[in-house]
Design a binder for this molecule. Sequence first.
Ligand SMILES: Cc1cc2nc3c(=O)[nH]c(=O)nc-3n(C[C@H](O)[C@H](O)[C@H](O)COP(=O)(O)OP(=O)(O)OC[C@H]3O[C@@H](n4cnc5c(N)ncnc54)[C@H](O)[C@@H]3O)c2cc1C
Length: 491
Amino acid sequence: MSEEQNAHCTAPAGASAPRVAVVGAGWAGLSAALALAEAGVGVSVFESAPMVGGRARTVSLATPLGRFDVDNGQHLIVGAYRDALALVDRLAGKSSPGARLERMPLALHSASGLRLQAAPLPAPLHLAWALAGARGLGPGGRGAMLRLMLALRAAGWRVPAGDTVATLLVRHRQPPQLVERIWAPLCIGALNTLPEQACAATFATVLRDTLGARRAASDFVLPDTPLGAVLPEPALQRLQALGAQVHLHAPVRALARTAAGRWEVAARGHHRAFDAVLLALPPWSAARLLAGSGLSIGRLGEFESEPIATGWAFWPTDAAPALPRWQLLDENASRGHRGQWLFDRGIVTNAGARARLGGIVVSVASRLSGRSADEIARGLVEQLASTIGGPRPTCIRIVTERRATFRCTPHRPRLQPDHLLSRAPGLWLAGDWLWPDYPATLEAAVRSGTTAADHLRRDLLRAGRPSGAPHATASRGMPNSARHPQAASSA
Ligand SMILES: Cc1cc2nc3c(=O)[nH]c(=O)nc-3n(C[C@H](O)[C@H](O)[C@H](O)COP(=O)(O)OP(=O)(O)OC[C@H]3O[C@@H](n4cnc5c(N)ncnc54)[C@H](O)[C@@H]3O)c2cc1C
Protein backbone atom coordinates (compact mmCIF):
# COMPACT_ATOMS: atom_id res chain seq x y z
CA MET A 1 0.00 0.00 0.00
CA SER A 2 1.39 3.44 -0.84
CA GLU A 3 2.22 5.83 1.94
CA GLU A 4 -0.60 8.15 0.92
CA GLN A 5 -3.21 5.38 0.79
CA ASN A 6 -1.98 4.08 4.10
CA ALA A 7 -2.29 7.48 5.69
CA HIS A 8 -6.02 7.47 5.04
CA CYS A 9 -6.57 4.06 6.72
CA THR A 10 -7.07 5.70 10.04
CA ALA A 11 -9.44 5.74 12.95
CA PRO A 12 -9.95 8.21 15.76
CA ALA A 13 -8.25 7.18 18.98
CA GLY A 14 -10.31 4.87 21.19
CA ALA A 15 -10.75 5.35 24.92
CA SER A 16 -7.94 2.87 25.65
CA ALA A 17 -5.50 4.43 23.15
CA PRO A 18 -2.31 5.87 24.60
CA ARG A 19 -2.35 9.63 25.04
CA VAL A 20 0.45 11.87 23.86
CA ALA A 21 0.88 15.59 24.47
CA VAL A 22 2.40 17.54 21.58
CA VAL A 23 3.72 20.88 22.82
CA GLY A 24 3.92 23.48 20.03
CA ALA A 25 1.78 23.78 16.88
CA GLY A 26 4.36 24.92 14.34
CA TRP A 27 4.93 22.83 11.22
CA ALA A 28 6.89 20.23 13.24
CA GLY A 29 4.26 19.87 15.97
CA LEU A 30 1.37 19.77 13.49
CA SER A 31 2.99 17.13 11.29
CA ALA A 32 3.86 15.04 14.37
CA ALA A 33 0.36 15.39 15.80
CA LEU A 34 -1.16 14.36 12.45
CA ALA A 35 1.08 11.31 12.15
CA LEU A 36 0.15 10.24 15.68
CA ALA A 37 -3.58 10.94 15.38
CA GLU A 38 -3.75 9.13 12.03
CA ALA A 39 -2.10 6.12 13.69
CA GLY A 40 -4.85 6.05 16.32
CA VAL A 41 -2.90 7.64 19.15
CA GLY A 42 -4.87 10.06 21.34
CA VAL A 43 -3.28 13.46 20.82
CA SER A 44 -3.57 16.71 22.76
CA VAL A 45 -1.77 19.69 21.22
CA PHE A 46 -0.82 22.64 23.43
CA GLU A 47 0.10 25.89 21.67
CA SER A 48 0.93 29.09 23.49
CA ALA A 49 -0.13 31.39 20.61
CA PRO A 50 -3.75 32.06 19.68
CA MET A 51 -3.15 30.43 16.28
CA VAL A 52 -1.29 27.48 14.76
CA GLY A 53 1.72 27.82 12.42
CA GLY A 54 4.53 28.93 14.72
CA ARG A 55 7.25 30.76 12.82
CA ALA A 56 5.34 30.27 9.54
CA ARG A 57 1.95 31.73 10.37
CA THR A 58 -0.43 34.42 9.19
CA VAL A 59 -0.40 37.86 10.82
CA SER A 60 -2.72 40.81 10.32
CA LEU A 61 -1.18 44.21 9.50
CA ALA A 62 -2.87 47.61 9.67
CA THR A 63 -1.99 49.96 6.79
CA PRO A 64 -3.45 53.23 5.46
CA LEU A 65 -5.01 51.09 2.69
CA GLY A 66 -6.77 48.74 5.16
CA ARG A 67 -5.95 45.76 7.35
CA PHE A 68 -4.53 42.74 5.55
CA ASP A 69 -3.46 39.16 6.35
CA VAL A 70 0.14 38.44 5.39
CA ASP A 71 2.80 35.94 6.39
CA ASN A 72 4.83 36.73 9.48
CA GLY A 73 7.80 36.49 7.11
CA GLN A 74 8.22 35.89 3.39
CA HIS A 75 9.05 32.18 3.04
CA LEU A 76 10.57 30.44 0.03
CA ILE A 77 9.50 26.85 -0.58
CA VAL A 78 11.45 24.85 -3.15
CA GLY A 79 10.65 21.64 -5.01
CA ALA A 80 13.12 19.73 -2.81
CA TYR A 81 10.70 20.04 0.13
CA ARG A 82 9.62 16.43 -0.38
CA ASP A 83 7.76 15.80 2.86
CA ALA A 84 6.33 19.26 3.42
CA LEU A 85 4.90 19.42 -0.12
CA ALA A 86 3.53 15.87 0.13
CA LEU A 87 1.77 16.77 3.36
CA VAL A 88 0.38 19.99 1.87
CA ASP A 89 -0.94 18.04 -1.14
CA ARG A 90 -2.45 15.35 1.04
CA LEU A 91 -4.21 17.89 3.24
CA ALA A 92 -5.49 19.80 0.22
CA GLY A 93 -7.39 16.63 -0.73
CA LYS A 94 -7.17 14.54 -3.85
CA SER A 95 -9.53 16.82 -5.77
CA SER A 96 -7.18 19.79 -5.67
CA PRO A 97 -3.67 18.60 -4.89
CA GLY A 98 -1.33 21.53 -4.41
CA ALA A 99 -4.13 23.90 -5.43
CA ARG A 100 -2.66 26.87 -3.65
CA LEU A 101 0.91 26.38 -4.85
CA GLU A 102 2.44 27.50 -8.13
CA ARG A 103 5.68 25.80 -9.26
CA MET A 104 8.12 27.73 -11.41
CA PRO A 105 11.61 26.80 -12.67
CA LEU A 106 14.57 28.31 -10.83
CA ALA A 107 15.43 31.79 -12.11
CA LEU A 108 17.87 34.20 -10.50
CA HIS A 109 17.70 37.75 -11.81
CA SER A 110 18.95 41.03 -10.40
CA ALA A 111 18.87 44.67 -11.46
CA SER A 112 22.67 44.66 -11.71
CA GLY A 113 22.61 42.23 -14.61
CA LEU A 114 22.51 38.72 -13.13
CA ARG A 115 20.57 36.25 -15.29
CA LEU A 116 20.45 32.53 -14.51
CA GLN A 117 17.42 30.61 -15.65
CA ALA A 118 16.93 26.83 -15.52
CA ALA A 119 15.52 25.24 -18.67
CA PRO A 120 12.53 22.84 -18.66
CA LEU A 121 14.87 19.91 -19.36
CA PRO A 122 15.75 16.85 -17.26
CA ALA A 123 18.65 17.24 -14.80
CA PRO A 124 21.49 17.97 -15.23
CA LEU A 125 20.64 19.52 -18.63
CA HIS A 126 18.41 22.12 -16.94
CA LEU A 127 21.47 23.44 -15.11
CA ALA A 128 23.87 23.08 -18.04
CA TRP A 129 21.43 25.19 -20.07
CA ALA A 130 21.17 27.72 -17.27
CA LEU A 131 24.94 28.06 -17.06
CA ALA A 132 25.39 28.25 -20.83
CA GLY A 133 22.98 31.18 -20.99
CA ALA A 134 23.99 32.83 -17.70
CA ARG A 135 24.87 36.50 -17.61
CA GLY A 136 26.44 38.68 -14.95
CA LEU A 137 28.50 35.99 -13.17
CA GLY A 138 31.68 37.95 -13.88
CA PRO A 139 34.94 36.82 -15.53
CA GLY A 140 35.35 33.06 -15.20
CA GLY A 141 32.11 32.83 -13.22
CA ARG A 142 30.36 30.21 -15.31
CA GLY A 143 33.34 27.84 -15.35
CA ALA A 144 33.97 28.34 -11.62
CA MET A 145 30.35 27.60 -10.74
CA LEU A 146 30.38 24.43 -12.84
CA ARG A 147 33.73 23.36 -11.30
CA LEU A 148 32.41 23.76 -7.76
CA MET A 149 29.22 21.80 -8.47
CA LEU A 150 31.17 18.99 -10.18
CA ALA A 151 33.77 18.87 -7.38
CA LEU A 152 31.06 18.65 -4.71
CA ARG A 153 29.22 15.95 -6.63
CA ALA A 154 32.46 13.96 -7.10
CA ALA A 155 33.08 14.21 -3.33
CA GLY A 156 29.60 12.84 -2.60
CA TRP A 157 28.56 16.37 -1.49
CA ARG A 158 30.80 15.99 1.56
CA VAL A 159 33.15 18.74 2.72
CA PRO A 160 35.68 18.83 5.57
CA ALA A 161 33.97 19.03 8.97
CA GLY A 162 34.20 22.47 10.50
CA ASP A 163 34.54 24.31 7.17
CA THR A 164 32.58 27.49 6.64
CA VAL A 165 30.99 28.39 3.31
CA ALA A 166 33.59 31.17 2.90
CA THR A 167 36.43 28.63 3.31
CA LEU A 168 34.78 26.29 0.82
CA LEU A 169 34.46 29.05 -1.77
CA VAL A 170 38.10 30.12 -1.32
CA ARG A 171 39.31 26.51 -1.60
CA HIS A 172 37.44 26.15 -4.89
CA ARG A 173 38.73 29.52 -6.14
CA GLN A 174 35.32 31.06 -6.73
CA PRO A 175 35.75 34.57 -8.20
CA PRO A 176 34.51 37.57 -6.14
CA GLN A 177 31.66 38.55 -8.48
CA LEU A 178 30.28 34.99 -8.49
CA VAL A 179 30.48 34.90 -4.69
CA GLU A 180 28.80 38.28 -4.36
CA ARG A 181 26.00 37.62 -6.85
CA ILE A 182 25.25 33.91 -6.42
CA TRP A 183 26.91 32.08 -3.55
CA ALA A 184 26.56 34.70 -0.81
CA PRO A 185 22.85 35.42 -1.51
CA LEU A 186 22.10 31.67 -1.71
CA CYS A 187 23.98 31.00 1.53
CA ILE A 188 22.35 33.90 3.39
CA GLY A 189 18.91 33.05 1.98
CA ALA A 190 19.07 29.31 2.68
CA LEU A 191 21.03 29.24 5.95
CA ASN A 192 20.24 32.70 7.39
CA THR A 193 23.92 32.85 8.29
CA LEU A 194 26.79 34.84 6.76
CA PRO A 195 29.19 32.79 4.58
CA GLU A 196 32.04 33.52 7.03
CA GLN A 197 30.08 31.71 9.79
CA ALA A 198 27.88 29.34 7.80
CA CYS A 199 28.31 25.57 7.79
CA ALA A 200 29.78 24.36 4.46
CA ALA A 201 28.48 20.81 5.00
CA THR A 202 24.90 22.07 5.33
CA PHE A 203 25.32 24.35 2.32
CA ALA A 204 26.61 21.40 0.28
CA THR A 205 23.55 19.36 1.33
CA VAL A 206 21.25 22.19 0.24
CA LEU A 207 23.04 22.33 -3.14
CA ARG A 208 22.84 18.52 -3.44
CA ASP A 209 19.08 18.48 -2.84
CA THR A 210 18.25 21.48 -5.06
CA LEU A 211 20.65 22.38 -7.90
CA GLY A 212 22.27 18.92 -7.80
CA ALA A 213 19.03 16.92 -7.86
CA ARG A 214 16.19 16.36 -10.34
CA ARG A 215 14.99 19.43 -12.18
CA ALA A 216 11.84 19.97 -10.14
CA ALA A 217 13.84 20.05 -6.89
CA SER A 218 15.10 23.55 -7.67
CA ASP A 219 11.63 24.86 -8.61
CA PHE A 220 10.35 27.83 -6.66
CA VAL A 221 6.97 26.91 -5.15
CA LEU A 222 4.89 30.00 -4.43
CA PRO A 223 1.62 29.95 -2.51
CA ASP A 224 -1.12 32.36 -3.59
CA THR A 225 -2.44 32.60 -0.04
CA PRO A 226 -0.80 33.38 3.28
CA LEU A 227 1.14 30.42 4.68
CA GLY A 228 -1.45 29.69 7.35
CA ALA A 229 -3.83 28.44 4.66
CA VAL A 230 -1.16 26.25 3.06
CA LEU A 231 -0.52 23.84 5.92
CA PRO A 232 -1.33 25.00 9.47
CA GLU A 233 -5.06 25.61 9.06
CA PRO A 234 -5.81 22.46 6.99
CA ALA A 235 -3.73 20.46 9.50
CA LEU A 236 -5.75 21.90 12.37
CA GLN A 237 -9.02 20.92 10.65
CA ARG A 238 -7.77 17.39 9.98
CA LEU A 239 -6.61 17.01 13.59
CA GLN A 240 -9.99 18.10 14.86
CA ALA A 241 -11.73 15.69 12.46
CA LEU A 242 -9.56 12.89 13.89
CA GLY A 243 -10.68 13.75 17.41
CA ALA A 244 -7.39 15.31 18.52
CA GLN A 245 -7.66 18.05 21.13
CA VAL A 246 -5.95 21.27 20.11
CA HIS A 247 -5.59 23.85 22.87
CA LEU A 248 -4.63 27.31 21.64
CA HIS A 249 -3.54 30.07 23.99
CA ALA A 250 -2.33 27.25 26.25
CA PRO A 251 1.39 27.68 27.03
CA VAL A 252 2.84 24.66 28.79
CA ARG A 253 4.47 25.89 31.97
CA ALA A 254 5.78 22.71 33.59
CA LEU A 255 6.37 19.01 32.98
CA ALA A 256 6.77 16.37 35.67
CA ARG A 257 7.32 12.64 35.50
CA THR A 258 4.97 10.67 37.75
CA ALA A 259 5.87 7.66 39.88
CA ALA A 260 3.94 5.51 37.37
CA GLY A 261 6.24 6.71 34.56
CA ARG A 262 3.71 9.03 32.89
CA TRP A 263 4.10 12.77 32.25
CA GLU A 264 2.05 15.47 33.89
CA VAL A 265 1.65 18.48 31.67
CA ALA A 266 0.68 21.77 33.29
CA ALA A 267 -0.57 24.23 30.68
CA ARG A 268 -2.65 27.35 31.09
CA GLY A 269 -6.12 26.07 31.93
CA HIS A 270 -5.14 22.39 31.66
CA HIS A 271 -3.43 19.83 33.88
CA ARG A 272 -3.30 16.24 32.70
CA ALA A 273 -1.12 13.09 32.60
CA PHE A 274 0.09 11.56 29.31
CA ASP A 275 1.93 8.41 28.29
CA ALA A 276 4.50 10.48 26.39
CA VAL A 277 5.30 14.08 25.53
CA LEU A 278 6.67 15.47 22.27
CA LEU A 279 8.21 18.91 22.62
CA ALA A 280 7.93 20.50 19.15
CA LEU A 281 9.54 23.77 20.19
CA PRO A 282 12.57 25.79 19.13
CA PRO A 283 15.61 24.77 21.22
CA TRP A 284 15.52 27.95 23.32
CA SER A 285 11.81 27.50 24.19
CA ALA A 286 12.28 23.81 24.98
CA ALA A 287 15.32 24.61 27.16
CA ARG A 288 13.34 27.23 29.09
CA LEU A 289 10.45 24.82 29.74
CA LEU A 290 12.75 21.96 30.73
CA ALA A 291 14.94 24.07 33.01
CA GLY A 292 11.85 25.58 34.64
CA SER A 293 10.61 22.03 35.28
CA GLY A 294 13.90 21.02 36.89
CA LEU A 295 14.78 18.72 33.96
CA SER A 296 18.03 18.36 32.04
CA ILE A 297 18.29 20.49 28.91
CA GLY A 298 21.05 18.36 27.39
CA ARG A 299 22.82 20.34 24.65
CA LEU A 300 19.81 22.52 23.82
CA GLY A 301 21.43 25.61 25.30
CA GLU A 302 24.19 25.53 22.68
CA PHE A 303 22.02 26.84 19.83
CA GLU A 304 22.27 30.50 18.84
CA SER A 305 19.43 32.27 17.07
CA GLU A 306 19.39 34.67 14.13
CA PRO A 307 16.62 37.16 13.21
CA ILE A 308 14.94 37.70 9.82
CA ALA A 309 13.07 40.89 8.95
CA THR A 310 10.46 41.13 6.22
CA GLY A 311 9.40 44.44 4.70
CA TRP A 312 5.79 44.23 3.48
CA ALA A 313 5.26 46.94 0.85
CA PHE A 314 1.68 48.03 0.09
CA TRP A 315 0.60 50.00 -2.99
CA PRO A 316 -2.86 51.07 -4.15
CA THR A 317 -3.82 48.52 -6.83
CA ASP A 318 -4.16 51.25 -9.49
CA ALA A 319 -0.78 52.85 -8.67
CA ALA A 320 1.58 49.91 -8.27
CA PRO A 321 4.77 49.35 -10.25
CA ALA A 322 5.26 46.30 -12.48
CA LEU A 323 6.70 43.90 -9.90
CA PRO A 324 8.83 40.93 -10.95
CA ARG A 325 7.44 37.59 -9.64
CA TRP A 326 10.65 37.51 -7.62
CA GLN A 327 14.07 39.08 -7.95
CA LEU A 328 17.40 39.14 -6.16
CA LEU A 329 18.12 42.56 -4.69
CA ASP A 330 21.62 44.04 -4.50
CA GLU A 331 22.53 44.80 -0.90
CA ASN A 332 24.28 48.06 -0.16
CA ALA A 333 24.34 48.68 3.58
CA SER A 334 25.86 52.16 3.26
CA ARG A 335 22.72 53.29 1.36
CA GLY A 336 20.34 51.40 3.67
CA HIS A 337 19.65 48.85 0.91
CA ARG A 338 19.33 45.82 3.19
CA GLY A 339 16.90 43.64 1.22
CA GLN A 340 18.10 40.48 -0.55
CA TRP A 341 14.96 39.22 -2.25
CA LEU A 342 11.77 40.83 -3.54
CA PHE A 343 8.61 38.76 -4.10
CA ASP A 344 5.39 39.89 -5.75
CA ARG A 345 2.56 38.63 -3.53
CA GLY A 346 -0.21 39.87 -5.82
CA ILE A 347 -3.34 41.64 -4.66
CA VAL A 348 -4.52 41.29 -1.08
CA THR A 349 -8.09 42.08 -0.09
CA ASN A 350 -10.06 42.44 3.10
CA ALA A 351 -13.55 43.79 3.72
CA GLY A 352 -13.58 45.84 0.52
CA ALA A 353 -10.00 47.10 0.93
CA ARG A 354 -7.43 46.12 -1.72
CA ALA A 355 -3.69 46.57 -2.06
CA ARG A 356 -0.79 45.31 -4.13
CA LEU A 357 1.67 43.50 -1.88
CA GLY A 358 5.43 42.99 -2.23
CA GLY A 359 7.62 41.11 0.26
CA ILE A 360 11.25 42.12 0.82
CA VAL A 361 13.44 39.66 2.72
CA VAL A 362 16.22 40.84 5.02
CA SER A 363 18.04 37.75 6.28
CA VAL A 364 20.78 37.76 8.94
CA ALA A 365 18.90 40.68 10.43
CA SER A 366 21.22 40.80 13.46
CA ARG A 367 23.04 43.27 11.19
CA LEU A 368 20.09 45.67 11.65
CA SER A 369 20.52 45.73 15.41
CA GLY A 370 19.79 49.17 16.89
CA ARG A 371 17.92 50.46 13.82
CA SER A 372 14.29 51.45 14.09
CA ALA A 373 11.59 49.92 11.88
CA ASP A 374 11.10 53.39 10.29
CA GLU A 375 14.75 53.65 9.37
CA ILE A 376 14.78 50.12 7.90
CA ALA A 377 11.58 50.85 5.94
CA ARG A 378 13.01 54.11 4.53
CA GLY A 379 16.09 52.21 3.29
CA LEU A 380 13.90 49.57 1.65
CA VAL A 381 11.75 52.24 -0.06
CA GLU A 382 14.94 53.72 -1.57
CA GLN A 383 16.17 50.26 -2.55
CA LEU A 384 12.87 49.55 -4.35
CA ALA A 385 12.98 52.92 -6.08
CA SER A 386 16.47 52.28 -7.42
CA THR A 387 15.71 48.65 -8.37
CA ILE A 388 12.24 48.61 -9.91
CA GLY A 389 11.35 52.32 -10.11
CA GLY A 390 7.70 53.31 -10.47
CA PRO A 391 5.44 54.64 -7.75
CA ARG A 392 6.66 54.37 -4.17
CA PRO A 393 4.65 52.14 -1.83
CA THR A 394 2.06 53.76 0.44
CA CYS A 395 3.88 52.11 3.33
CA ILE A 396 6.32 49.38 4.22
CA ARG A 397 5.57 47.45 7.41
CA ILE A 398 8.58 45.73 8.97
CA VAL A 399 7.93 42.39 10.70
CA THR A 400 11.02 41.16 12.54
CA GLU A 401 11.19 37.64 13.94
CA ARG A 402 13.88 37.98 16.57
CA ARG A 403 14.53 34.27 16.75
CA ALA A 404 13.68 33.27 13.19
CA THR A 405 16.15 30.39 12.83
CA PHE A 406 19.12 28.83 14.55
CA ARG A 407 22.45 30.20 13.35
CA CYS A 408 23.65 27.50 10.98
CA THR A 409 27.32 27.26 12.00
CA PRO A 410 29.57 24.21 11.56
CA HIS A 411 29.77 23.69 15.32
CA ARG A 412 26.07 23.73 16.21
CA PRO A 413 24.94 20.52 17.94
CA ARG A 414 23.52 17.78 15.66
CA LEU A 415 20.79 16.29 17.83
CA GLN A 416 18.10 13.65 17.38
CA PRO A 417 14.48 13.47 18.60
CA ASP A 418 15.59 11.04 21.33
CA HIS A 419 18.28 13.37 22.69
CA LEU A 420 16.72 13.53 26.18
CA LEU A 421 15.22 10.05 26.27
CA SER A 422 17.87 8.36 28.42
CA ARG A 423 17.41 11.02 31.12
CA ALA A 424 13.67 11.50 30.63
CA PRO A 425 11.97 8.35 29.22
CA GLY A 426 8.92 9.21 27.15
CA LEU A 427 10.08 12.77 26.40
CA TRP A 428 10.70 13.31 22.68
CA LEU A 429 11.83 16.33 20.67
CA ALA A 430 10.87 17.70 17.24
CA GLY A 431 11.59 20.92 15.38
CA ASP A 432 13.55 22.36 12.48
CA TRP A 433 16.78 21.97 14.50
CA LEU A 434 16.31 18.17 14.71
CA TRP A 435 16.90 17.32 11.06
CA PRO A 436 20.63 17.86 11.44
CA ASP A 437 21.62 17.87 7.76
CA TYR A 438 19.37 20.81 6.95
CA PRO A 439 19.23 24.47 7.93
CA ALA A 440 16.12 25.70 9.77
CA THR A 441 13.41 25.17 7.16
CA LEU A 442 9.81 24.11 6.85
CA GLU A 443 11.02 20.84 5.35
CA ALA A 444 13.31 20.11 8.30
CA ALA A 445 10.40 20.86 10.65
CA VAL A 446 8.02 18.46 8.86
CA ARG A 447 10.61 15.67 8.50
CA SER A 448 11.58 15.90 12.14
CA GLY A 449 7.93 15.96 13.25
CA THR A 450 6.85 12.87 11.31
CA THR A 451 10.03 10.98 12.20
CA ALA A 452 9.80 11.77 15.91
CA ALA A 453 6.12 10.76 15.91
CA ASP A 454 6.94 7.49 14.23
CA HIS A 455 9.63 6.59 16.77
CA LEU A 456 7.48 7.73 19.67
CA ARG A 457 4.64 5.49 18.49
CA ARG A 458 6.99 2.52 18.19
CA ASP A 459 8.25 3.24 21.70
CA LEU A 460 4.66 3.11 22.98
CA LEU A 461 4.15 -0.20 21.19
CA ARG A 462 7.23 -1.66 22.84
CA ALA A 463 5.93 -0.47 26.20
CA GLY A 464 2.67 -2.33 25.52
CA ARG A 465 0.54 0.73 24.68
CA PRO A 466 -0.72 -0.12 21.16
CA SER A 467 -2.55 2.59 19.27
CA GLY A 468 -6.03 2.18 17.81
CA ALA A 469 -5.23 2.17 14.10
CA PRO A 470 -2.72 0.79 11.61
CA HIS A 471 0.60 2.51 11.11
CA ALA A 472 -0.05 5.73 9.21
CA THR A 473 3.32 6.80 7.84
CA ALA A 474 6.30 4.85 6.65
CA SER A 475 9.36 5.03 8.88
CA ARG A 476 12.08 7.07 7.30
CA GLY A 477 14.29 6.39 10.31
CA MET A 478 16.12 8.84 12.42
CA PRO A 479 19.43 9.61 10.81
CA ASN A 480 21.07 7.72 13.68
CA SER A 481 18.46 5.01 13.99
CA ALA A 482 21.34 2.55 14.38
CA ARG A 483 21.66 3.88 17.92
CA HIS A 484 18.15 2.50 18.55
CA PRO A 485 17.93 -0.71 16.55
CA GLN A 486 14.60 -1.62 18.12
CA ALA A 487 13.13 1.72 17.13
CA ALA A 488 14.12 1.11 13.53
CA SER A 489 12.62 -2.39 13.38
CA SER A 490 9.09 -2.83 12.12
CA ALA A 491 6.25 -2.41 14.58
C1 LIG B 1 10.81 35.44 8.93
C2 LIG B 1 11.10 33.99 8.64
C3 LIG B 1 11.41 33.60 7.35
C4 LIG B 1 11.68 32.27 7.08
N1 LIG B 1 11.92 31.88 5.78
C5 LIG B 1 11.96 30.58 5.48
C6 LIG B 1 12.02 30.15 4.13
O1 LIG B 1 12.09 30.97 3.21
N2 LIG B 1 12.00 28.82 3.86
C7 LIG B 1 11.93 27.89 4.88
O2 LIG B 1 11.85 26.69 4.58
N3 LIG B 1 11.91 28.27 6.17
C8 LIG B 1 11.92 29.57 6.49
N4 LIG B 1 11.86 29.97 7.80
C9 LIG B 1 12.01 28.95 8.86
C10 LIG B 1 10.71 28.22 9.15
O3 LIG B 1 9.66 29.13 9.38
C11 LIG B 1 10.93 27.38 10.41
O4 LIG B 1 12.01 26.50 10.16
C12 LIG B 1 9.72 26.55 10.79
O5 LIG B 1 8.55 27.30 10.78
C13 LIG B 1 9.97 25.96 12.19
O6 LIG B 1 8.88 25.16 12.57
P1 LIG B 1 8.88 24.42 13.96
O7 LIG B 1 7.58 23.73 14.07
O8 LIG B 1 10.13 23.62 14.10
O9 LIG B 1 8.99 25.55 15.09
P2 LIG B 1 7.99 26.75 15.43
O10 LIG B 1 7.32 27.21 14.19
O11 LIG B 1 8.78 27.75 16.20
O12 LIG B 1 6.89 26.11 16.36
C14 LIG B 1 6.98 26.06 17.76
C15 LIG B 1 5.63 26.43 18.35
O13 LIG B 1 5.69 26.23 19.76
C16 LIG B 1 4.97 27.27 20.40
N5 LIG B 1 5.44 27.33 21.79
C17 LIG B 1 6.61 27.83 22.26
N6 LIG B 1 6.69 27.64 23.60
C18 LIG B 1 5.56 26.97 23.98
C19 LIG B 1 5.07 26.48 25.22
N7 LIG B 1 5.76 26.58 26.35
N8 LIG B 1 3.85 25.86 25.25
C20 LIG B 1 3.14 25.72 24.11
N9 LIG B 1 3.56 26.16 22.89
C21 LIG B 1 4.76 26.78 22.83
C22 LIG B 1 5.26 28.48 19.56
O14 LIG B 1 4.27 29.48 19.74
C23 LIG B 1 5.24 27.89 18.15
O15 LIG B 1 3.95 27.93 17.58
C24 LIG B 1 11.65 31.30 8.12
C25 LIG B 1 11.34 31.70 9.42
C26 LIG B 1 11.05 33.02 9.68
C27 LIG B 1 10.69 33.42 11.08
